[in-house]
Design a protein around this ligand. Structure first.
Ligand SMILES: [Zn+2]
Length: 239
C-alpha cells in the first residue's frame, strides 16, 4: 500500500517535472525511466529508447591525421561521444546552464577513459580555461565541470588556476583553420610553469574541432617544461 502511494506520487511528480532524454530532450516514459535502473550504468536512466539505438562512442582511438596540429605535443587523446548524437546536449551544457547534463556527459567520458591505462598515472587534470569575462557571463566554465567529474572518478587533482586565458577570443565559427589558430595565439598563459614540470597532465576540452585552442594550450603547457600531455574531450566535431 505504502509503496503504491510512493509510486503514484512519483508519477505525479514526473508529470509536472518530466525527466528528459539527455540527447533529444524528449520526456522519458515510465518504462524508459525504469529500464535505466536495470542497466549497469545509471547514465542510461537519462537516455530514451530511440537515442539508445543511436548512442555510440566516437571510434577515434589513435591520434590520427585529424589531430595532426597537436600530434607533436600530446601522447594520446580520448574522445567520448559520437558528435551527431551528442551535439545538442553539449551545446545546452555549454551555453544554457544545464550543468546536470554536463555531468552526465562527463561520466560517459569517464567510462571511456577507464580503458586508457595512462589515466591512472595522471598527476593533474587541467581544464581549458575561459576568459574571466566569458566565465562570468555564462556563470561557469564547462571544462571545469568535466574536469571535476573526471577528478572525482579517478581521484586526481584538478588545477584550474595555473593555465589561464589572458585574451578573449573572437567568434570562430566562420574562420578558417589558419585564422582560428592566429586568433588564439598568445591567448593562454601558465602562471607557474614549475608546477607542471615533470608531470603527466590531462588537458580537458568539451569539443575539439580545429585543434587550434588545444594546440595553443599545449604549446604554453609545454613551454620549457618537461611534461607529458594527454587530452580528453566529450566529443569531436572533426569529420
Ligand atoms: Zn532521446
Amino acid at each position: 500500500m505504502f509503496g503504491k502511494i510512493i509510486s503514484l506520487l512519483k508519477d505525479l511528480y514526473y508529470t509536472f517535472f518530466p525527466k528528459t532524454c539527455i540527447f533529444c530532450n524528449e520526456p522519458l516514459t515510465k518504462r524508459e525511466r525504469r529500464a535505466g535502473k536495470n542497466e549497469k550504468s545509471v547514465i542510461y536512466e537519462r537516455i530514451c529508447y530511440t537515442c539508445r539505438k543511436n548512442y555510440r562512442y566516437e571510434d577515434i582511438t589513435n591520434i590520427g591525421d585529424n589531430f595532426a596540429p597537436i600530434a607533436g605535443y600530446i601522447k594520446d587523446i580520448c574522445i567520448a561521444l559520437w558528435y551527431p548524437i551528442a551535439k545538442t546536449a553539449i551545446h545546452k551544457f555549454k551555453f544554457k546552464e544545464n550543468i546536470r547534463k554536463g555531468e552526465i556527459l562527463s561520466r560517459m567520458l569517464c567510462d571511456r577513459l577507464e580503458d586508457k591505462i595512462w589515466i591512472y598515472d595522471i598527476d593533474y587534470i587541467v581544464p581549458v580555461p575561459l576568459h574571466y569575462i566569458d566565465k562570468f557571463k555564462i556563470g561557469y566554465n564547462q571544462c571545469d565541470i568535466i574536469a571535476d567529474v573526471i577528478g572525482k572518478r579517478f581521484k586526481k587533482k584538478v588545477i584550474k588556476n595555473n593555465l589561464t586565458r589572458v585574451v578573449r577570443s573572437k567568434s570562430q565559427h566562420k574562420s578558417s583553420r589558419q585564422d582560428r589558430y592566429k586568433n588564439v595565439r598568445g591567448a593562454f598563459k601558465v602562471k607557474h610553469p614549475d608546477v607542471f614540470n615533470d608531470k603527466k597532465i590531462l588537458l580537458i576540452d568539451d569539443v575539439v574541432t580545429t585543434c587550434s585552442t588545444l594546440k595553443e594550450c599545449c604549446r604554453v603547457l609545454k613551454g620549457n617544461s618537461n611534461n607529458e600531455i594527454y587530452v580528453a574531450c566529450l566529443s569531436s566535431g572533426i569529420k
